[in-house]
Structures are given as structure tokens and as C-alpha cells.
Write a protein that binds this ligand. Structure first.
Ligand code: 5AD
Ligand code: SF4
Length: 448
């Protein structure tokens, strides 16, 4: 019997990091590591980091300072690992500035964690693994042992070859890579056997997925979604994050033909100005984006759109920014994320001569966020009075309540019994709150 050790994982950043953190726990489970909800007293702490914006490295070092105190309180008896994109980007610098860290590992090496832990356990040993290894980590990961719940993530693609001017991802996650279809289908069935009813396929460029099919040919994402829709008891499918350039005809057709695929798409556009889109190396125009959304809404009239925006990319003028506001008014987003441009060392935009003053960035971000918030509120208000299929995901905030998710990713709260969790039913939406909807069960028309 392996003695139980306690593992605490801190996750920052995107959904892929959430997935990776779960997989790191899976890899360490055979060594006797069980999840701990707090870092205090844990035998191992992993800080899974994000490098996408802001003062990523500084944030990591300040969190490490906090963890150092806990490690010292435990008499040094705590393995401290830094994983994710900051680990990939900073590598040895982390050990130089925080010598109490034991392991630094990039996103492509976590299948080697057991061996790294063994090496780090020998007193004084430090481990850095930030290479892109020749083997595929997915071939070396065990099946997940910690169920993700009713809604689950499944990474099907990693990395990016697009090299947008502002973005570190091609450097931290490496080149685009697609997992084979058979492995994805196997993992999907396994997730469903553990209780998942909704799966979100993940990738930095998920719609660029081009994987090996079971018959040796190559499938695109459209075909993969059609196959996944056949998995018994899998009620809902989603995919994120997509690039407009990879929205091909077949994928759009799947939105028309496969009801399991939810009518909500996160499709970042970044800017509504063609001049900025060219400077960003996006290789599409604002009208290309408008046309894609038209085609998606033609395929699926209730399609809700979500996006990412960057204001203040080097060279952005007031006119460029106004073009973004116009695009937002044209599309009408159900939700969106917007960011001030943040210079990332080593990316092409970081060295651009015309950086936008911070005050202009602040003003533009405020104006954009006010417009996006207005659209989000309007979208929520438009749901009131509708009967929406809701997938019940867990208990609600109050006794006698359950929580679920609308097709458009909105949290929904309603009176209901816990034995509904994992099923989908129609819910009459009665109120729109700032971050959720309230509803009541429509008893007579069960959809699942
Ligand atoms: N500055 C600001 N936002 C960025 N993003 C990516 N890189 C940067 C950057 N350097 C945003 C993009 C992307 C999202 C994940 O983060 O909008 O779609
Ligand atoms: Fe970054 Fe652009 Fe690749 Fe998205 S498509 S990960 S924004 S380089």
C-alpha cells in the first residue's frame, strides 16, 4: 500500500491549464498523491502558470514568496514545482530567483513528472524540463482518475503556428499538434463513463485540428465532432478557442446538422480595423469575420457569439478603435473578453516603434467594455421568458436549488432536486441577473 501524500495544484490562466492541472494530478496519483484543497501542509505544490498578459513573471515570483513561507514552516518538506507557460518562458531564471523551487517544467513535459519527483526528492536536486520532447505526452498519460464532473475539458490540439504579432503562445506551447481521433474518442468515452455529459474540446487553435483518423486518413474538426456526437450519453459538445481562418465549410455545416453541438462560439477577432488586423498578422479582415458570423447564424439562427479583443496594439489610432466599436455593434456579442495590449518580450509587436499611451488604452478599454457589457445584459434579458434546455451541473447556492448551464454558457439557478444533476431539461427563464439566469423547471417537456 502506497502511503498517501497530499498534492495541491494552483491553476492560473486558460481552460487548457485547468485541463493540464487535472492531468498532472492523474500522473502523480499512482505515486500516492491525493488532492489537497490547501497548500498548507501539502507534500507537493504545483503552480501552473500563464504568460499571456500583464506582469506574469512578477505574479509568479510573488506567489512563490508566499509558498516559500509554507515550505519553511514544513521544515522544507514540500516539493515545489512551477509548471505552465511562465515555466516554459523563464526556465532557469525561476531557479536563480527562487532557489527554494524544486522543479520547473514546461507544458509539454508533465508526463515525466513521476521521474522528476524522484530526482527532486534526492536532497538538493533541482529539475528543469522545458524542452519540447520528441515523444507525445498524451501517449504517456494514464486515464484520468479524478472525474471532472458533468462538464469536462478534453485537449485535442495544442500549440500555434499563426504567430500573431502580440502573442507568446507559439513560443510557450510550440508548434500546432493534433491528437489522433481514436485517442480523443477513447478519452471522450472515458469522461462520459465518469459522469461527463458536456465536453469542451480544447486547443489553442482547436478548429485547426487535423488528426489521424482510425482508418489512417486525416479528419478535420467537423468530422471529429460528428463522430463524438455518436458517443452514447454525451449530451453536449463545444470547442474552444478557434481562429477565423480555420472556420471551414464542413465545420459550419456541423453547426447546422448536429444538435449536440451547442449554439455558442468563442471566435476571437481581436480588432475591427483591417489596418490593425494586418499589423497583428491575423490574415483576415473585419468583413471576413462578419461573413463567417453570417454563415454561422444562417446554419444555426440561435448562434451566440463570443470574442476576444485587444485595444492599444502598437500603431492603433482612434479611427482603428472606432472600427472595432463598429464591428461590435454589427455582430452583437453574447459575451466577450477585452484586454489592453500588453507587451510580451520576444514577440514582434513588442519592438514596434509606435506604442499606444497607457491613458489611451485605458479610455478605449472602458468604452469597449461598456458596450460589450450592454450587449451581454441585452442578450441575457432576451432569454427571459424562453424555455431553454439546461444541463444540471451541481447543487445551487441555497438549499433546494440546483445549478446548470444554458446552451449559451450562462449559469442558471433554479429550485430542483439534486437527483437531476447530470440530466438536461427545459427550464423557463424568469430573471436575468448580472452573471446568471434564474429559472423554473418545465416539468412536462423533458429533453433527455
Ligand atoms: N496583450 C493583450 N492581450 C493579449 N492576448 C494575447 N496576447 C495578448 C497580449 N500580448 C489576448 C488575445 C487572445 C487572448 C487569449 O488573450 O485577445 O485571444
Ligand atoms: Fe496567439 Fe494568434 Fe496563435 Fe491565438 S492564433 S494562440 S492569438 S498567435
Amino acid at each position: 500500500m502506497i502511503p498517501t501524500k497530499r498534492l495541491h495544484v494552483i491553476t492560473w490562466g486558460c481552460q487548457m491549464n485547468v485541463y493540464d492541472s487535472g492531468r498532472m494530478a492523474d500522473v502523480l496519483a499512482p505515486l500516492g498523491y491525493a488532492p489537497a484543497s490547501e497548500p498548507e501542509g501539502a507534500d507537493m505544490v504545483i503552480l501552473n502558470t500563464c504568460h499571456i498578459r500583464d506582469k506574469a513573471a512578477e505574479k509568479v515570483f510573488s506567489e512563490l514568496g508566499r509558498l516559500r513561507v509554507m515550505k519553511e514552516a514544513a521544515g522544507g518538506d514540500m516539493i515545489l514545482a512551477v509548471a505552465g507557460c511562465v515555466a516554459q518562458a523563464e526556465g532557469a531564471e525561476i531557479l536563480a530567483r527562487a532557489p527554494y523551487v524544486d522543479i520547473v517544467l514546461g507544458p509539454q513535459t508533465y508526463h515525466r513528472l513521476p521521474e522528476m519527483v524522484a530526482r527532486a526528492s534526492r536532497a538538493g536536486n533541482k529539475v528543469i524540463e522545458t524542452d519540447f520532447p520528441p515523444e507525445d505526452k498524451f501517449d504517456h498519460l494514464p486515464e484520468s482518475t479524478t472525474p471532472q464532473g458533468v462538464t469536462a475539458f478534453l485537449t485535442i490540439q495544442e500549440g500555434c503556428d499563426k504567430f500573431c504579432s502580440f502573442c507568446v503562445v507559439p513560443y510557450t506551447r510550440g508548434a500546432e499538434q493534433s491528437r489522433p481521433a481514436a485517442a480523443i474518442l477513447r478519452e471522450a468515452r472515458h469522461l462520459v463513463s465518469q459522469g461527463a455529459r458536456e465536453i469542451t474540446l480544447l486547443g489553442q487553435n482547436v478548429n485547426a485540428w487535423h488528426g489521424e483518423a482510425p482508418d489512417g486518413s486525416t479528419w478535420g474538426l467537423g468530422r471529429l465532432l460528428r463522430e463524438l456526437a455518436e458517443v452514447p450519453d454525451l449530451l453536449r459538445l463545444r470547442y474552444a478557442t478557434s481562429h477565423p481562418r480555420d472556420m471551414d465549410d464542413d465545420l459550419i455545416a456541423v453547426h447546422r446538422e448536429v444538435p449536440t453541438l451547442m449554439p455558442f462560439l468563442h471566435l476571437p477577432v481581436q480588432s475591427g480595423s483591417d489596418r490593425m488586423l494586418a499589423a497583428m498578422n491575423r490574415k483576415h479582415t473585419a468583413d471576413d469575420y462578419r461573413r463567417i458570423v453570417d454563415r454561422l447564424r444562417d446554419a444555426r439562427p440561435d448562434m451566440a457569439m463570443s470574442s476576444d479583443f485587444i485595444v492599444g496594439h502598437p500603431g492603433e489610432t482612434e479611427a482603428d478603435f472606432e472600427a472595432t466599436m463598429t464591428l461590435v455593434r454589427d455582430i452583437n456579442f453574447a459575451m466577450a473578453y477585452s484586454f489592453k495590449y500588453s507587451s510580451r518580450p520576444g514577440t514582434p509587436a513588442a519592438g514596434a516603434p509606435v506604442q499606444v499611451p497607457e491613458l489611451d488604452k485605458d479610455r478605449r478599454l472602458q468604452a469597449l467594455q461598456a458596450l460589450l457589457r450592454e450587449q451581454q445584459v441585452k442578450f441575457g434579458a432576451g432569454c427571459v421568458g424562453l424555455d431553454l434546455p439546461v444541463l444540471f451541473t451541481g447543487p445551487g447556492r441555497h438549499p433546494g436549488q440546483i445549478a446548470g448551464r444554458s446552451p449559451f454558457l450562462q449559469p442558471v439557478h433554479l429550485p430542483g432536486s439534486a437527483n437531476l444533476i447530470g440530466t438536461e431539461s427545459l427550464v423557463r427563464i424568469v430573471a436575468n441577473h448580472p452573471n446568471s439566469l434564474a429559472g423554473t423547471l418545465v416539468q412536462e417537456r423533458r429533453t433527455a
